[in-house]
Design a binder for this molecule. Structure first.
Ligand code: NDP
Length: 245
């Protein structure tokens, strides 16, 4: 998949929402989607970071993006319904949804689990993504072809000691992807997941403080599969577990 070459205008005319678009992989994916012609909806909790991505997209001459400031930890189902209505009014439909934002929480032995942090991780990584998907499905169904992409992790495919709520939430992410993909079979909506693999971001540095970040791929280097799953080249993919590296 790292060899995949996407056409320069592969996402022309598409509207794609990216969560956690202000930093790390989400920021790189949003920039790449815009560079390939998409109007991106930048969702995140830190407005300054979203504004910086917005400015970079506009300065590059890509389609004008939109910003949705939202903290997925506290957002309610009503917030997602309101957002879906606004997207329907402004864009008519949604062609792509990249669930990228997530929380690492606290890593450590199971006996030390702190349920405040555990619940925050489940809220942001699982419940908020389920609520957002439920609210956006009707707008996604309005698109000629729509793609929902969930972000998993190596520890969401094979459990590993001390990864606690984060790993559990990523298994739930894979489960949600499979349930939805099965429901969407035969429709114009497809649902898949990506494991980005070790990537040079703030989250990775928090998880592996002793690691040299320069040994890791940058977010920009892992984008081919992110572009593939949003382009019509992947129309036939549904229920797939992809790896970016
Ligand atoms: P970063 O921490 O760099 O970026 C995560 C983004 O999510 C940030 O923009 C952050 O916002 C946003 N976010 C976090 N919490 C919330 C919230 N409550 N509401 C809205 N937005 C929120 O992480 P990565 O880029 O590394 O990770 C992206 C995805 O890839 C995640 O799902 C992660 O689990 C996954 N992943 C990453 C790997 C890696 O090696 N980097 C490996 C495997 C999986 P803010 O900027 O305000 O903090």
């Amino acid at each position: 998949m790292s060899e995949y070459q996407v056409a320069a205008d592969a996402l022309k005319g598409k509207t794609i929402l990216v969560t956690g678009a202000g930093d790390g992989i989400g920021k790189a994916a949003a920039m790449a989607y815009a560079a390939h012609g998409a109007t991106v909806i930048l969702l995140g909790r830190t407005v300054k970071k979203l504004e910086a991505v917005y400015d970079a997209i506009v300065e590059a001459g890509y389609p004008q993006p939109a910003i949705v400031p939202l903290d997925m930890k506290g957002a309610t189902e009503q917030n997602y319904k309101d957002m879906a209505e606004t997207i329907a009014e402004q864009f008519g439909h949604l062609d792509g949804l990249l669930h990228n934002a997530s929380l690492l929480g606290v890593l450590g032995p199971f006996e030390h689990t702190d349920f405040g942090s555990f619940n925050d991780v489940m809220q942001v990584n699982v419940t908020a993504q389920a609520m957002m998907t439920k609210a956006l499905l009707p707008v996604l169904r309005q698109a000629p072809k729509a793609s929902i992409v969930f972000t998993s992790s190596g520890v969401g495919r094979k459990g590993r000691a001390y990864w606690n709520a984060y790993a559990i939430s990523k298994f739930a992410t894979e489960g949600m992807m499979q349930v939805l993909a099965h429901e969407c079979e035969g429709s114009q909506v497809r649902v898949n997941s990506i494991n980005p693999g070790a990537t040079r971001t703030g989250m990775r540095a928090n998880a592996y403080p002793a690691e040299n970040p320069m040994d890791l791929k940058t977010p920009e280097e892992i984008l081919p599969v992110y572009l593939y799953l949003m382009s019509d080249d992947s129309s036939a993919e549904n229920g797939g577990q992809f790896s970016a590296q």
